[in-house]
Design a protein around this ligand. Structure first.
Ligand code: ASP
Length: 593
């Protein structure tokens, strides 16, 4: 039906006849001449309809926003003074000969260029209209280029694209499962995969050696900021490899991806142990674009006459850390109050600070509600953080977990607010993760997942699980975890020990993962892999603010689809087929019988 996309038109086509198909982006009447901005997925082109072509003019006159038209016409240079060099097609226009209405359109729920005026709910309800916006088209186009580049690279490296089931058994990745009731097996349920983890390991046992998949994963998580219940992973697994092999392959993949799609040469990927990341940045996904670091001051604070500091400084699980911000003495009281509220979100009970106005003046040159307690240690403290005139030093003192979370988040916020970034892109690998983390009751859970290999032998793991390290690795970019994975356990005995430590008894292990334990008996090769979160990767590469903007049909934060109105109710018959009876809904309070 068409000869060109609107966005493809340029001066090289002058005097040629073209046929365009698309939507009316805007229609303007200019003293007897009608201008139609025609839009398709490639861009916008200006069409001029002259009254001389009477039939075309009459049709154009009827056209409204978002009508679907086919236009035949001749390309010509725009008259001097009306050219728009900021627009790819801004030098030319199409003089229409024929205008045909392929379909009319009701008044759109919002004007495309006024999408900011309507709430996101309206955009999600009419997503097919929202997706007509050039900005959204561009994001999805980039997403397609990203998956294309990734596939091309992995295929070139001998990885095979193999699909794994969606209706399956639970795969523990730390979230709640989405369940699907079985009609043919009364009382039994499928779980949607939280990841293809177990299947990709089984493919290694089969000998496929190198596997990848751009896989949908499902996790029923509580409402946390910017997550989607279904999301996409670039999932990878390989056999007969060690950490450096798989890290090398995937680092090259990401490097090439950035080169292909953004023309960006990423810098080196340093490797940082988890403990160092926590120590220096309070986070296992540090944003290395921000030149701020947490500095331990526990030793100095043990002796101060200020319980808020000396308590955690002396406690085994406590931490007192300082965060110096160069030039931060200019922060106002109000700004500091706001940062105090901000760290409160992470459980910090306060935010102590010292403004360094003039170091040469000793205590008199400092401004701070707490400096009076620090007389004996202040010089050493300021030396240690490298404080100079005009700086501010913030403090966190609490359980180490709280200090890390609070100061780690404050560091990122300050970086953003004060625009402290020293680079556009700062990737790294975080390695040497602990095998397990303890919950508040001291119960151990896998930090990664229970199939991750420890760095030590089974006996050592049994003897001291809490301090064991794993063979896991995360790729981090600009403070976002792009992907994570590990070398896996390929030995049945080791897998049993790990289940044991996790409190998964023999019976439960058999019931849930018997097939894996079985497979480990039948010649499992050493293997490992990782998975990248595709949505987050696209979000970073497109500079989007939310993950919803890089997913064609996302769900809301309460895991609903406003457009299709899913999840929805189902008929009694369907429920009966599935052997499900719903409990009567709780009656609203005060409602009579
Ligand atoms: N399955 C893991 C995840 O979803 C990734 C991996 O270990 O390969 O995080």
């Amino acid at each position: 039906m068409r000869s060109h996309y609107c966005g493809q038109l340029n001066e090289s086509l002058i005097d040629q006849e073209v046929t365009l198909c698309g939507w009316v982006h805007r229609r303007r009447d200019h003293g007897g001449v009608i201008f139609l901005d025609m839009r398709d997925r490639d861009g916008v082109a200006q069409v001029v309809v002259d009254p001389d072509t009477a039939e075309a003019f009459a049709t154009a006159d009827r056209a409204r926003s978002e009508y679907v038209l086919r236009i035949r016409g001749r390309i010509r240079l725009r008259p001097e003074g009306t050219q728009n060099p900021n627009m790819p097609t801004g030098m030319i226009e199409v003089l229409a000969k024929d205008v045909e209405v392929l379909n009319t359109a009701a008044t759109p729920p919002f004007q495309l260029d006024e999408h900011g005026k309507v709430g996101e709910e309206v955009r999600l309800k009419y997503r097919y209209v929202d997706l007509r916006r050039p900005e959204m088209i561009e994001k999805l186009r980039l997403r397609s280029r990203i998956t294309h580049s990734v596939r091309a690279y992995l295929e070139g490296e001998g990885f095979l694209d193999i699909e794994t089931p969606i209706l399956t058994r639970a795969t523990p990745e730390g979230a709640r499962d989405y369940l699907v009731p079985s009609r043919t097996h009364e009382g039994h349920f499928f779980a949607l995969p939280q990841s293809p983890q177990l299947f990709k390991q089984l493919l290694m046992v089969s000998g496929f050696d190198r596997y990848y998949q751009i896989a949908k994963c499902f996790r029923d998580e509580d409402l946390r900021a910017d997550r989607q219940p279904e999301f996409t992973q670039i999932d990878i697994e390989a056999s007969f490899i060690e950490e450096r092999d798989i890290m090398g392959i995937t680092e090259t993949m990401v490097r090439q991806l950035f080169q292909d799609v953004l023309d960006v040469a990423l810098p080196e990927f340093p490797r940082m142990p988890y403990s160092e990341a926590m120590q220096r940045y309070g986070s296992d996904k540090p944003d290395l674009r921000i030149p701020l670091e947490l500095v331990d001051v526990d030793d100095l604070m043990q002796s101060v006459d200020f319980k808020v500091f000396s308590g955690p400084a002396k406690a085994d699980d406590g931490r007192v850390a300082a965060l110096k911000v160069s030039g931060g003495a200019k922060l106002s009281r109000k700004e500091i109050d706001d940062y105090t509220k901000f760290v409160g979100i992470y459980g910090a009970k306060g935010l102590a600070w010292i403004k360094v106005n003039e170091r040469a003046k000793g205590l008199d040159g400092l401004q701070s509600p707490i400096v009076k307690f620090m007389e004996g240690v202040i010089e050493e403290l300021l030396d240690r953080v490298g404080a100079e005139d005009g700086d501010i030093v913030f403090f966190g003192a609490d359980k180490a977990r709280v200090v890390n979370e609070a100061l780690g988040a404050l560091r990122v916020k300050l970086g953003e607010d004060l625009d402290l970034y020293t680079a556009d892109w700062a990737p790294l690998w975080v390695v040497d993760f602990p095998m397990f983390e303890a919950d508040d009751n001291g119960r151990l859970a896998a930090l990664h997942h229970p199939f991750t290999a420890p760095s030590c032998a089974p006996e050592a793991l049994k003897a001291s699980p809490a301090t064991a390290l794993s063979r896991a690795y995360d790729m981090v970019l600009n403070g976002t975890e792009l992907g994570g994975g590990s070398i896996r356990i390929h030995d049945q005995e080791m897998q049993r020990v790990v289940f044991d430590v996790l409190g998964i008894g023999k019976e439960e292990a058999e019931e849930k993962f018997g097939f894996l334990l079985d497979a480990l008996k039948f010649g499992a090769p050493p293997h490992g892999g990782l998975a990248f979160g595709l949505d987050r990767l696209v979000m970073l590469m497109t500079g989007s603010r939310t993950i919803r903007d890089v997913i064609a049909f996302p769900k809301t934060q309460s895991a609903a689809d406003l457009m299709t109105d899913a999840p929805g109710e189902v008929s009694k018959e369907q429920l009966r087929d599935l052997h499900i009876r719903l409990r009567p809904k709780a009656k609203p309070e005060g409602a009579g019988e």
